[in-house]
Design a protein around this ligand. Structure first.
Ligand code: NI
Ligand code: MN
Length: 228
């Protein structure tokens, strides 16, 4: 399994059987490396409708006919935008496809489409790969206690967690989120992209050190790949 970070909340995942997944495809974000894999992907996941998460989804999914998985309201928007292959879901649901399982889970955040209309609820994704390995990308969110429930129920080994603050959790909240979810590995995201995102990896590690349960903090530089 491979995880590649493209900056902000954008990750490429290659499953054990070679399925390619892109999450929150803002591949032109200010931190994005010069070399970004633009596809074809098997699946693109969208956590919510804000521009820094929808990113270049329409272009990417039309060019290579990629299946885009998102909440119903975003799916409807994508259909109208000419994306040929979409799957709408809603919170609490699971979608099994080609030995992968995508589960849509809650996030505490707003979600509006580029035209300002309602983009459905913001969400996160729990992804189970062919070998049973489970990942949890929280999307943009504040801290919420039900993260404990998500941790207990799905036992994600790797969690992608925002730490930038201002629009999302900051280091203090993200450390508590780790205590609730109990992953083996946490990968910080949604930080450093703009000056308003003030949360840092150093502060996150310091906040984590206050807990008895401390996951491995995996810092991926944009463009960097982690092999698991
Ligand atoms: Ni957002
Ligand atoms: Mn965001």
């Amino acid at each position: 399994m491979q995880i590649t970070y493209y900056g902000h909340s954008c990750f490429k995942i290659v499953s054990p059987k070679g399925k390619k997944i892109l999450i929150d495809p803002w591949v032109s974000n200010p931190l994005a490396p010069t070399q970004v894999d633009l596809g074809p992907y098997d699946f693109i996941l969208i956590t919510h409708a804000h521009g820094d998460h929808l990113g270049e989804v329409v272009k990417l999914a039309r060019t290579n006919i990629t299946e885009v998985i998102a909440i119903h309201e975003i799916q409807q928007y994508l259909l109208k935008s000419g994306v040929p292959k979409t799957t709408g879901m809603n919170i609490g649901g699971s979608y099994k496809v080609e030995e992968l399982t995508f589960i849509m889970v809650p996030a505490w955040h707003s979600s509006s489409l580029p035209d300002g209309s309602y983009g459905g609820e913001a969400c996160g994704f729990v992804i189970t790969l062919e070998n049973g390995l489970t990942l949890y990308h929280t999307g943009d969110t504040g801290l919420f206690y039900d993260m404990k429930l998500i941790g207990e129920l799905y036992q994600p080994k790797i969690v992608f967690l925002p730490i930038g603050s201002h629009y999302v959790m900051g280091p203090k909240e993200a450390a508590k989120a780790c205590d609730l979810i109990r992953p083996e590995i946490v990968i910080p995201m949604h930080y450093k992209t703009f000056p308003l995102l003030t949360g840092t990896v150093e502060d996150f590690k310091e906040e984590l050190s206050k807990y008895s349960f401390i996951p491995q903090v995996l810092i991926l530089k944009p463009g960097e790949t982690f092999n698991f």
